[in-house]
Design a protein around this ligand. Structure first.
Ligand SMILES: C=C(O[C@@H]1C=C(C(=O)O)C=C[C@H]1O)C(=O)O
Length: 99
């Protein structure tokens, strides 16, 4: 990065500092979400409820797509991200149910 104009370098660093803060916030928010979903997993296992709840997921996806649209984020991306997270949660719930 030696030949970069110092003003450009400073702007790049300012933006990357914000990106790093946002990434840290995402990790903390995901950790909190997984703490909640782990509790849901134990509750479901105790009461013999199935790990996945497709109707709840459909509501969450519809809500998140609408929120994404109003935030000018690609709704398809928001849906993919939520599905990715939920798949991991369901995997955890299956592990809890089988333990
Ligand atoms: C957490 C739950 O379990 C599963 C995971 C979900 C999630 O990560 O939001 C949503 C629905 C379920 O498929 C739940 O039923 O609320």
């Amino acid at each position: 990065m030696n030949g970069i104009d110092p003003a450009v370098q400073a702007e790049l660093q300012r933006l990357r500092d914000s990106i790093d803060n946002i990434d840290a916030a995402l990790v903390h928010m995901l950790a909190e979400r997984f703490k909640c979903t782990q509790q849901v997993g134990h509750l479901k296992a105790r009461h013999a409820l199935p790990p996945a709840d497709p109707s709840r997921e459909a509501q969450q996806i519809a809500r998140l797509r609408a929120l994404a649209e109003s935030a000018k984020l690609d709704p398809a991306f928001a849906e993919k991200l939520l599905n990715f997270i939920i798949a991991e949660v369901i995997r955890h719930h299956e592990t809890i149910a089988n333990s």
